[in-house]
Design a protein. Structure first.
Length: 56
């Protein structure tokens, strides 16, 4: 289970590291505007990552 969690965390970190092509300045420090799907996707990755970290 721990390994699966770690794998998911790495996946999410990669999504965050790549960022949005249209908005390279967006670092998911606050909620994305719903206008850009890619930013919303990154924001969701951030939320899930935080949830995983808090669940350790
Ligand atoms: Zn964007």
């Amino acid at each position: 289970m721990i390994d699966l969690k770690l794998e998911r965390q790495i996946e999410l970190l990669e999504i965050l590291a790549k960022g949005c092509k249209k908005h390279p300045a967006y670092r998911a420090m606050r909620k994305a505007t719903e206008k850009c799907e890619e930013c919303v996707y990154i924001w969701q990755a951030r939320v899930e990552l935080n949830a995983l970290e808090n669940d350790l």
